[in-house]
Design a binder for this molecule. Structure first.
Ligand code: ASP
Length: 325
């Protein structure tokens, strides 16, 4: 089939606030996430009626609890659907809390050659004025109009790339931001208006099938912990983690991502403990706790840096890398 003629969309549900329900319609925060099935979410958007859609419930969770099992299920189903010639794109509904992590993992693993559009909501489906239906409608517009592959995030009329996107607000409907890069596009009345080309998310342009197979077969991800440097920081937490690993923990510590202050500076007490961990074989990667900018390398930098990845994405990048060994 000519790829331009493929029109079938798959919409996969994983839960989140977009599928949440509260006892009172006026309650935008006291709800339970992941209550409404993805079929009902789609049925609630009149603009989607008449489109060639398949729906699939892959999971039904609050994304604060996201982890390997759901990522494996998503990656497995996505790989399958993306192979189908009649499928032009896939939309995934997801909670906002860890959306940027799922976007990053899927981009790294799948390197999709068709659009994979993640969307979400900040208000539950039961809200007086829910944002989920508009976001879902916009996500479908993006899925149908994007001409290139990749993992995108659609929220509040903006389209973000998997590399840059981060949740930056606890309550606002436009809770996501792409920092200095800015959004890739916006959606206006169903039309996608492009601002910039997508930034390549990793050095690999094509999918590494062996890495994907290892991920799908893994029973757990290599243990990589995130520690933050701050005023009055110490090394006890890192030393305890390393000691536990050497006491026969089921998941020994394999890596540490340090969210440094500013341009990757780290408190001297924490630096000492992290250096001890490194000398015992723990991989160390340095990111910055600053929400914008990246660690700009300089001769005084004692740890490998995250190449611009945020601390949570650097943690996943290191875990995926360690899985390959
Ligand atoms: N805790 C919810 C989740 O991430 C928040 C949301 O979706 O907005 O699933």
């Amino acid at each position: 089939m000519d790829p331009n003629e493929a029109r079938q969309l798959v919409i996969m549900g994983t839960g989140g606030t977009i599928a949440g329900r509260a006892a009172q319609a006026g309650d935008n925060v006291g709800y339970v996430a992941a209550q409404v099935g993805v079929g009902d979410l789609v049925a609630a958007v009149p603009a989607l009626a008449g489109l060639s859609l398949e729906v699939e419930q892959v999971a039904q969770i609050d994304s604060k609890d996201m982890g390997l099992p759901v990522w494996q299920a998503l990656a497995r189903r996505l790989a399958l659907h993306l192979e189908r010639p009649e499928v032009s794109a896939v939309v995934v509904t997801h909670g906002t809390d860890t959306l940027e992590e799922t976007a990053f993992v899927l981009q790294r693993l799948l390197q999709p050659n068709k659009p994979v559009v993640l969307t979400c909501a900040m208000r539950p489906a039961s809200a007086l004025v829910p944002d989920g239906p508009q976001n879902l409608s916009d996500a479908v517009s993006v899925a149908r109009q994007m001409r290139e592959g990749g993992v995108f995030v659609v929220c509040a009329g903006q389209v973000h790339g998997a590399l840059e996107v981060a949740k930056v607000h606890t309550y606002r409907l436009d809770a996501f931001d792409s920092g200095e890069a800015g959004p890739i596009a916006c959606v206006e009345e169903g039309c996608v208006r492009r601002f910039r080309a997508e930034t390549p998310v990793s050095g690999r342009a094509t999918r590494d099938e062996a890495a994907l197979s290892r991920f799908l077969a893994a029973r757990e991800l290599p243990r990589v912990e995130l520690v933050t440097s701050h005023a009055d920081a110490g090394g006890d937490l890192v030393r305890a983690l390393v000691a536990q690993g050497h006491e026969g923990a089921t998941r020994p510590l394999r890596g540490i991502v340090v969210a440094g202050t500013g341009n990757g500076s780290v408190h001297e007490a924490l630096t000492a403990a992290v250096n001890e961990a490194r000398s015992r074989g723990v991989r160390v990667v340095l990111s910055s706790r600053c929400p914008q900018g990246r660690v700009v390398p300089h001769p005084g930098l004692v740890f490998d840096h995250s190449a611009g990845l945020s601390p949570v994405k650097a943690r996943l990048a290191l875990a995926l890398e360690l899985l390959e060994r």
